[in-house]
Write a protein of this length. Structure first.
Length: 143
């Protein structure tokens, strides 16, 4: 079920699997402000649906998260970190673009540095393709 759709991305819930998917679209016109709005939507939808599995994919996007937005994202994540207590597995599929890939990794590192998400027992893995990430997420899942 699509929970949120914008020019820069979509958020999908697989209810039975308790899987929340954040997929960024290939859109060179995405602004920093649009990314921030989508990020807030993602955090609030995670809080509302309490997924156990989470997939963040930007494999089709070349959007670069600027350092100021990385810090902002980490701060917002800290404000709503309780939403992620339900998440057990978090798969990340970064962009194929090296610069975008680096910005995604820095964004995750910033969030981890600001608040030790690992205390919530989230297993975080990076993948080159969504199909591999979904296989890992759904392996052994009980639903």
């Amino acid at each position: 079920m699509v929970l949120h759709n914008s020019t820069s991305g979509e958020i999908i819930l697989w209810e039975k699997e308790r899987l929340l998917i954040h997929r960024m679209k290939d859109n060179l016109t995405t602004t920093d402000e649009q990314y921030r709005q989508d990020y807030l939507a993602l955090l609030y939808l995670a809080k509302a649906h309490l997924p156990t599995l989470f997939l963040s994919s930007s494999q089709d996007s070349d959007f670069v998260i600027v350092p100021e937005t990385q810090v902002w994202c980490a701060q917002k994540l800290n404000e709503i970190i309780g939403s992620f207590k339900s998440v057990q597995k978090f798969a990340i599929v970064p962009s194929r673009s090296l610069i975008s890939q680096l910005s995604t990794e820095q964004n995750v590192d910033e969030a981890l540095a600001n608040r030790n998400i690992m205390h919530n027992q989230i297993n975080i893995q990076y993948f080159s393709r969504e199909a591999l990430a979904l296989d890992w997420l759904l392996a052994g899942a009980k639903y």
